[in-house]
Design a protein around this ligand. Structure first.
Ligand code: ADP
Ligand code: MG
Length: 517
């Protein structure tokens, strides 16, 4: 990276300057919905649910290598294609689930939903269309002189922050135009290269494509998009931005409703037709019944959303309905860390070859495949294959484990084990269940500094940035035809360099945007 990272950027703030910048950011974020519901410690007794507060955000956009940014955006449609193909390969996913389900009841239960739908005629009755609103996450890896993006994970369910991300790019543009020029040491913050970021509109376009493709109701109902949400969701405005972008995304309006995951069985039913249309009765006016064209899950990705068998019945109802699912159970399972590992682990005999799992879906010698391969870092199974046994020796060694993160098949942050915690955790798990985890090399991006405004306090120091690129993909599961495939903007999340986890919603990271260098 250029000199922008080395000392003079971001500018050092005088106390009065910091105070002014913080005030501007506090007001701009609230005025533009770069907000979250406050954490309980701040909300106090907000029993009416009327409070909103600024999402944690950096005071300056973080420098990001232009070549890395452009590569991440350029390969997104290839990643979309790859995951659309994986989602349709039931045999492959069966193998993946077999590997991990023994030690992972949640994955076993999800798989069971799929099997139940399959048993009753998944080929004849299911909706052919499936929608993915994906996000591929990366960190920059410095290899001698060159900088490369390395994939942290690929999200196939509830990829969040597309709504707030557009606003964060706009915030930093506003600051670059009106505030940074007023700073006493403003020179390093002039001429920032701030790319546009249409993540909210991009994700809405994916939902719109699925809504339009569903067509009109043969039962005579108006059609709608249903967002399935978590109760007590603090990141609600992120979701609202998508909803508003979707409502205003075309000539015909799209009714969008939010339904807590826990209320699915109360407010939806299946039509008693072979097609099994999903019907949503508006709780505020039960005479209004909508046919659900698209179900968008912002819940259902972790065990916490399934406290009882009823919740699994609710997921089953969605999965066997005629609505276009974003995602289907198979697409959700395609996002397992196990799948990412298998795509990245070369055959034991030949460490230079294209891993056979990747070659199964992408032509091994194509330029696209080679570009995907470059984004992989070392990931190992923890099974009894020879690469698994090698990984076991790394994971249980007090020195070697310092370079790794161990991940279960979970989403949403807070589930991984880092460095010294790995051998400690393995000691607690029966060895026959170790294969439900993967072991991944820790990516160490170049050191950067920034200031984070979180809950009204400014934290200054070293930071680590993680780039996410959104992708939208609509495909036909029976013909394999891809009907819509777009890159859909980006997310930059930044965390203090002492923190292992980076989730904004989980309270570790903050919103950021890139200035290209
Ligand atoms: P989740 O599905 O819970 O979001 P992730 O795989 O994205 O799990 O891991 C959570 C966070 O942990 C990431 O956002 C990142 O900050 C950190 N992390 C995960 N894997 C790596 C890695 N290989 N190198 C560096 N940091 C990582
Ligand atoms: Mg993640």
């Amino acid at each position: 990276m250029s000199s922008i990272t080395q000392g003079s950027y971001p500018p050092v703030l005088q106390d009065a300057e910091k105070e002014r910048l913080v005030q501007v950011v506090k007001d701009w974020t609230v005025a533009h919905g770069l907000t979250v519901r406050p954490p309980p410690a701040i909300a106090g007794n907000d029993t009416e649910g009327i409070l909103a507060t600024s999402a944690p955000v950096t005071l300056f956009p973080s420098p990001f290598p232009k070549s890395c940014f452009e590569e991440a955006k350029a390969i997104q449609t290839t990643y979309n294609e790859l995951y659309a193909l994986i989602s349709q390969d039931e045999d492959f996913l069966t193998e993946m689930v077999k590997e991990v389900a023994g030690g992972d009841e949640f994955i076993a239960n999800l798989w069971n939903v799929h099997l139940r739908v399959k048993k009753e005629g998944y080929v004849q009755h299911r909706q052919n269309l499936a929608l993915g609103l994906f996000r591929s996450d990366y960190m920059v890896h410095q290899d001698d002189a060159s900088l490369q993006i390395k994939q942290v994970e690929f999200n196939t369910i509830a990829s969040s922050f597309g709504g707030l991300s557009t606003q964060t790019s706009l915030l930093h543009k506003h600051l670059a135009q009106h505030e940074y020029p007023l700073l006493s040491s403003s020179s390093s913050a002039s001429n920032l290269d701030l790319p546009s970021n249409d993540s909210a509109a991009g994700l809405a376009a994916g939902l719109r494509a699925a809504f339009d493709a569903y067509g009109s109701s043969t039962l005579g109902h108006p059609t709608c998009v249903l967002f399935l949400t978590q109760s007590g969701e603090r990141n609600v405005f992120d979701q609202r931005h998508l909803e508003y972008a979707l409502s205003s995304s075309g000539p015909n309006k799209v009714p969008v409703f939010r339904l807590p995951f826990s209320d699915i069985l109360t407010h939806t039913t299946l039509a008693s037709t072979p097609t099994r249309q999903l019907l949503y009765t508006l709780p505020s006016n039960p005479s209004l019944v909508f046919e659900v064209a698209v179900v968008y899950l912002r819940a259902g990705y972790g065990p916490g959303d399934y406290p009882s068998q009823e919740a699994w019945e609710a997921r089953y109802q969605i999965e066997r309905s005629n609505a276009v699912c974003c995602p289907t159970v198979l697409t959700q399972l395609a996002g397992m860390k196990k799948v990412q590992q298998v795509l990245a682990t070369p055959e034991e005999s030949n460490t230079n070859s294209v891993p056979s799992a990747l070659a199964k879906f992408m032509p091994p010698t194509s330029e696209k495949t080679q570009r995907l391969l470059k984004t992989f870092t070392n990931i190992y199974p923890l099974d009894t294959s020879s690469s698994g046994l090698h990984a076991r020796s790394l994971a249980t060694s007090p020195t070697q484990c310092q370079k790794y993160v161990m991940k279960p098949q979970r989403e949403g942050g807070g589930n991984n084990f880092y460095r010294s915690a790995i051998p400690e955790q393995l000691a607690k798990i029966p060895e026959e269940h170790w294969n439900s985890f993967i072991l991944m090399e820790i990516i160490e991006p170049p050191a950067l500094a920034n200031s984070i405004l979180r809950n009204g306090k400014v934290e200054v120091g070293g930071v680590i940035c993680e780039l996410g690129v959104y992708g939208t993909c609509l495909w036909d599961q029976s013909s394999g035809e891809i009907k819509f495939n777009e890159e859909a903007g980006y997310l930059l999340r930044t965390k203090g360099d002492k923190s292992e986890e980076g989730g904004v919603a989980a309270g570790y990271g903050c919103m950021d945007s890139v200035t290209l260098v």
